[in-house]
Ligand binder design. Structure first.
Ligand code: SAM
Length: 253
């Protein structure tokens, strides 16, 4: 049995019930092109292949690739390398991306797909803590930069949690299976780059309120015009509030 590599965040799924739940959650269609990130020894891959002929893989670990090569069918290609090193062009060949993500770069991988417009659905296994931030409600302490940047582009759903014992080796934390579906509700209203700048500024210092974090961007009069309390913290605002602020800043700049 091959030893799991910590540096690649390897926690292999060993729970057939969870694998079945994941596959049941995925909508398969002949027209979709699926890309799995970090297939490892192929726990999910084999089940995915029963449902689609349009599946390719990206894996960083050559040892895993050796194992996978013996398992996959001829329609599946394996691309070796760091998923974060592949170009936008490469990802344009796919519209559904999935995987049990290596937790050390899970959020970077999620962010990587924001600008890849043709990727409409992401199914990922991530730490529960990341999932809770993705689906956080306005006013909760989990409402964060991640919630608002992702939420501008994708609707996030937590499908179910997965206990550590479903993996070998067991991670220290609970995991969650999530589905992110691209929506295009806001992209015609404002540019994402402008929105992103406001989000970054608003959440700059977690304990500070908006008046302090947005000093130099909005004055007290501006807050009054926007009908937003300057004593609020960023976590108290919704995506629509941040869009309103962004539009205001752009218009009055
Ligand atoms: N999918 C398998 C499973 O569920 O059993 C393995 C999941 S394991 C949590 C993460 C996988 O991602 C490992 O196979 C690891 O080698 C791979 N990986 C880690 N970092 C990566 C990267 N930067 N790019 C591509 N794959 C990576």
């Amino acid at each position: 049995m091959i030893k799991a590599k910590k540096k690649f965040g390897q926690n292999f799924l060993i729970d057939n019930q969870i694998i079945k739940l994941i596959v049941d959650e995925i909508k398969f269609s002949e027209t979709n092109k699926y890309l799995e990130i970090g297939p490892g020894m192929g726990a999910l891959t084999s089940e995915l292949q029963k449902n689609t002929k349009n599946l390719d893989l990206i894996e960083i670990d050559p040892d895993m690739i050796k194992i996978l090569s013996a398992k996959i069918n001829s329609t599946t290609q394996i691309f070796e390398g760091d998923v974060l090193g592949f170009s936008d062009n490469f990802f344009e060949g796919y519209n559904v991306v999935l995987g049990n993500l290596p937790y050390y770069i899970a959020t970077e991988i999620i962010f990587r797909f924001i600008p890849i417009n043709n990727v409409d659905i992401l199914y990922f296994m991530v730490q529960k803590e990341v999932a809770d931030r993705l689906v956080a409600k306005t006013g909760s302490k989990e409402n964060s930069i991640l919630t608002n940047l992702l939420g501008f582009n994708f609707r996030a759903e937590k499908c179910f949690d997965i206990k550590p014992e479903s993996f070998d080796p067991s991670p220290k934390v609970t995991s969650s299976f999530i589905k992110l579906t691209r929506h295009r509700d806001y992209i015609n209203e404002i540019r994402y780059v402008d929105y992103k700048r406001i989000i970054k500024e608003s959440f700059k210092f977690k304990r500070k309120n908006l008046k302090n974090n947005l000093k130099g961007v909005l004055n007290l009069n501006d807050f009054e015009n926007l009908e937003i309390l300057p004593t609020n913290r960023a976590e108290d605002l919704s995506i629509e509030d941040f869009i309103k602020i962004t539009k205001y800043v752009i218009t009055n700049a």
